[in-house]
Design a protein around this ligand. Structure first.
Ligand code: ARG
Length: 420
């Protein structure tokens, strides 16, 4: 059908990275779906020039191209809350991509409203987590918008895309086409597929981009001091800094010391185990520092309970449920828990390790007079005796009435059972 000769078309907002797939998607969607394409590119600190990407979009036939710098919003409203929560997926992945997707989707919904678009589109495959994060956010915030995903719908394979690119004169930077699937933003870089698909194989040097190999890291350690206010990082080495430059600086310093390489066989939401390689120097330094500050600022039960919340929080982010009421509920707890998490943490960066060497806070619960073994000791030693009597009373009673009843002693084979 000669779509181009029909009247005004509906519009679609396309998440556009400027790479091969989404570039091909511009004329493709116009032709196959009969929609006018407005591309949408967000700077989350991936280190690419969004204005160049915007210009490229116009050459491929977009009717409009939007480029937004959302780095501050990303850090203040997505990255730092996850840091305050201690969210680390499966204890390893600081969630860079997972944090970026709901923000991109939300901004796309705003753009759809502004441009009167009826649909949103992305280049995700049907096997990954990103499609879930995009679509769940679209469905939640704008159920009326049609979602178009040409790759997932099986309508656009790689060879088809290359073919189409050649026919439509779309420049493909073949030299830049990597054997890996890469995604990056300020909080980390992920690398998957290609040579990494065998989880037994050591990742090749070429898979890394942000960090040096630990064997190439300097022999002299570097010290950094991070300042926190109510759980948010606010300074580096005594200098106040906004979140974006602070993370940029830590990525650089940490990368030079081989900090933040993560090799993770993770459980995807769609039921696949997948081997992922992450580089996240800033994220690792900040999580290590923040966790350490909490050791002196949180009470024992609060710290313990918070590890449960952290796990739940990481799952919410990973599984695309950022815009949920449950997330709001958990964040209310997290924000409250951070009221007294202010202070400094000092770390030594050395050959791939972050070694915490000091922590202090005006709200520190650490009391030297209680902890010390020297003459300044104020701990009430007499109180310990009565406390222990009551602490062990229940166990003592049970042992007497059940475990030691037959006079043979504490009977549980494998756990110091009775002598034969
Ligand atoms: N496995 C990570 C996640 O689910 C990284 C995904 C990276 N996305 C990509 N399209 N390469 O968050």
């Amino acid at each position: 059908m000669p779509a181009d000769t029909q009247g005004p078309r509906d519009k679609v907002i396309l998440a556009y990275s400027g790479g091969l797939d989404t570039s091909v998607m511009v004329p493709w969607i116009r032709e196959k779906y009969n929609l006018d394409v407005v591309t949408f590119t967000v700077d989350l600190g991936q280190g690419e020039d969004i204005h160049k990407i915007k210009a490229k979009a116009m050459t491929t036939g977009a009717i409009d191209a939007v480029a937004i710098d959302a780095r501050n919003l990303f850090v203040d409203c997505f990255v730092f809350p996850s840091l305050m929560a201690g969210a680390m997926y499966e204890g390893k992945y600081p969630l860079a991509t997972a944090l970026g997707r709901p923000l991109i989707a939300k901004l796309m919904v705003d753009a759809a409203r502004e441009h009167g678009a009826k649909a949103v589109a992305h280049g995700c495959t049907g096997k990954g987590n990103d499609q879930v994060r995009f679509d769940v956010t679209f469905q939640t915030l704008a159920p009326d918008l049609r979602i178009i995903a040409p790759v997932r719908e099986g309508k656009m394979s790689r060879p088809q895309a290359l073919d189409y690119a050649a026919k439509h004169n779309i420049q493909v930077e073949a030299t830049r086409e990597s054997p890996y699937s890469i995604d990056q933003n300020l909080f980390g870089r992920s690398c998957e597929s290609g040579l990494l698909e065998d989880p037994w194989d050591e990742p090749p040097t070429a898979a890394f981009a942000w960090t040096v190999d630990p064997t190439k890291a300097p022999d002299t350690p570097q010290y950094v001091t991070i300042d926190f206010e109510q759980g948010r990082p606010v300074g580096l080495d005594g200098k106040k800094m906004d979140g974006v430059p602070l993370i940029e600086a830590l990525n650089k310093i940490g990368g030079a010391h081989a900090i933040g390489r993560i090799d993770h066989v993770e459980n995807r939401l769609v039921g696949i185990k997948s081997r992922e390689l992450y580089e996240a120097p800033g994220a690792i330094i900040l999580h290590d520092a923040h966790r350490e500050l909490e050791t002196i600022c949180l009470s024992k039960p609060a710290a313990r309970f918070k590890t449960l919340v952290a796990q739940e929080y990481a799952d919410i982010i990973y599984n695309g449920l950022w815009f949920s009421a449950f997330h709001q509920d958990l964040f209310a707890f997290v924000a409250s828990s951070q009221r007294f998490v202010s202070g400094q943490v000092r770390l030594k960066l050395y050959k791939g390790h972050t070694i915490v060497v000091g922590r202090k806070s005006e709200y520190s619960l650490y009391n030297k007079h209680l902890a010390t073994y020297d003459t300044a000791d104020q701990f009430d030693h007499d109180a310990a005796k009565g406390f222990i009597r009551l602490w062990g009373l229940g166990q003592q009673t049970q042992a007497k009435l059940q475990l030691l009843k037959d006079g043979k002693g504490f009977d549980l084979p494998g756990l110091m059972g009775p002598k034969e």
